[in-house]
Design a protein around this ligand. Structure first.
Ligand code: ADP
Ligand code: MG
Length: 479
């Protein structure tokens, strides 16, 4: 047993998928020129008033519902006052004592099964602008496009104990926000960001150790690495008998280190007070249940359907529920074909590879369910083998959704040679040409069957049915 136990709590910021900012009509587009979407409201000019974005509220509540939070029916915002160049108003409008969602849980996979990580709260707040320090040696540039963007902050309890758990937690959040469509989950573009709080204590001790906070981790890999580094660093400090300072650190991905940016002597004083320009708001139970009804079935629910109704393996079910668009495609085709397993193979193997290669997206796959079924039926009837279908037919169907697999197989002359005599002849000549290999096979090197098979396939220009060839080869080899 380890001497120490790591304790981790994460603060995750997710940018909500809205067309406009949290309190103004400014667009939330990412591709704009600097300071293109900056109205006087965003800049907090005197006389301007914030106005609540209704859709942002809905999306925050949806996240709370899927995380089994208690939704606060009475909400108001608070001003968090601090001075920084990227904060044009001099305060951030956030939620302090009345977060929109309280408590809750996020289930993560671990090596010991599913673990529920407890949440403290989810609250709504606006983002700050962006300071750009690396364009000029002497000057800092400010881009306020991000100022006022709608965020939720998901705060976990100090409930995780390893870098793997922290990574699994963030992975699950990314999957959930994408699944319910509240955030694009794009960590490179900063739509999803994470601060990690880490402490270490002696095994068995109940109270929390002094924590460090690593700010702005922008990938799951970075989070995992930063947590690993900190656990080791804090453990070393304790082993040397020294005291840990509560501090805020930054992670340098290139150097693979963390470094201190400030020590926290006392909690910062933000002089929170209720935002006077936004009236408190109340939600009715009907409003909340209406939002609940809009939620799609969650990944764990549909994965269980894939396993129990379509009889897929847990592995296939997990893969198919990684992304909502992939699952939606699978589901819609599965309704029109009985070849559920082969369909999973086709999507997760060759189709996924093709999309990756061409930067394509699942939602843009235009092949009809009927054409997928036709192809899967041709494969199952042995008219064409799976790998030829994947290599030659699928790309053509992707390029032109009106192409019929059956006629394409004829056009390309790809129908499998089921002529057993021909296969027998090829198999025999392949084995005769390789007497040494045949001897090795007979001594127990059974893997060589793959080599023989490959040769027969070459002779047949890829058309031979692998199952039939295997059985012919085996019967010849065991004579
Ligand atoms: P702040 O907002 O000042 O960073 P919070 O009290 O809201 O502070 O805590 C933020 C996060 O830090 C939460 O996710 C919480 O679980 C985590 N946390 C707090 N104390 C510890 C600790 N001693 N070790 C690890 N995580 C901690
Ligand atoms: Mg914090």
């Amino acid at each position: 047993m380890h001497k120490y136990e790591a304790v981790i709590g994460l603060e995750v910021h997710a940018q909500l998928n809205t067309a406009s900012k949290l309190f103004s009509g400014d667009a939330t587009r990412f591709d704009a020129n600097p300071n293109a979407h900056v109205s006087p409201i965003t800049l907090g000019h005197p006389g301007t008033l914030p106005r609540m974005n209704k859709r942002a509220v809905e999306l925050a509540i949806k996240m709370g519902l899927v995380c089994q939070c208690e939704i606060s029916t009475y909400n108001y915002f608070a001003r968090k006052n601090y001075f920084y160049a990227d904060l044009p108003k001099g305060y951030q409008i956030s939620q302090h004592t009345t977060p929109i969602c309280k408590g809750g849980i996020i289930n993560i996979p671990t090596t010991n099964g599913v673990k529920g990580v407890k949440l403290t709260r989810i609250h709504l707040e606006e983002d700050a602008g962006k300071s750009i320090h690396d364009l000029d040696d002497a000057l800092t540039f400010l881009d306020f496009n991000r100022a006022g963007m709608p965020l939720i902050e998901i705060v976990s309890e100090p409930d995780m104990h390893s870098a793997e758990e922290a990574a699994a937690y963030l992975t699950e959040i990314r999957k959930l926000v994408r699944w319910i469509g509240i955030c694009d989950g794009n960590m490179e573009e900063g739509s999803l960001r994470c601060d990690a709080n880490i402490s270490v204590r002696l095994q068995g001790v109940q109270s929390l150790g002094t924590r460090v906070e690593v700010k702005n981790l922008n990938s799951i890999k970075h989070l995992k690495h930063a947590v690993e580094i900190e656990i080791q660093r804090l453990t070393d400090i304790l082993e040397r008998g020294e005291t840990i300072l509560q501090e805020t650190r930054s992670y340098d991905a290139d150097a693979g280190i963390t470094f201190s940016i400030r020590t926290k002597e006392d909690a910062e004083d933000y002089r929170y007070f209720p935002e006077p320009d936004l009236a408190p708001f109340l939600f009715t139970e009907e409003y909340i249940s209406g939002l609940k009804n809009q939620l799609p079935p969650l990944p764990e629910v549909v994965a269980s359907k894939l396993i129990h109704v379509y009889e897929l393996s847990p592995y296939d079910a997990e893969q198919l529920t990684e992304e909502k668009d992939l699952y939606d495609l699978y589901e819609i085709i599965a309704q029109s074909t009985k070849h559920k397993k082969q369909l999973a193979n086709l999507l997760l193997g060759p189709l996924r590879a093709q999309l990756n290669q061409s930067d394509g997206e699942w939602k843009n796959v235009k092949i009809s369910a009927a054409n997928f079924d036709e192809l899967l039926t041709l494969i199952s009837e042995g008219i064409i083998n799976f790998s030829l279908a994947a290599q030659k037919i699928l790309p053509r169907m992707m390029a032109d959704a009106s192409v019929k697999p059956k006629s394409l197989i004829q056009e390309l002359d790809l129908a499998q040679d089921a002529d057993a005599d021909q296969l027998y002849f090829w198999a025999k000549s392949v084995l005769e040409a390789m007497p040494d290999k045949v001897a090795e096979y007979k001594k127990g090197k059974k893997g060589l069957i793959g080599l023989f098979m490959g040769e027969v396939k070459k002779q047949s220009k890829g058309k031979a049915d692998p199952k039939q060839v295997t059985s012919i080869l085996e019967s010849l080899l065991h004579q």
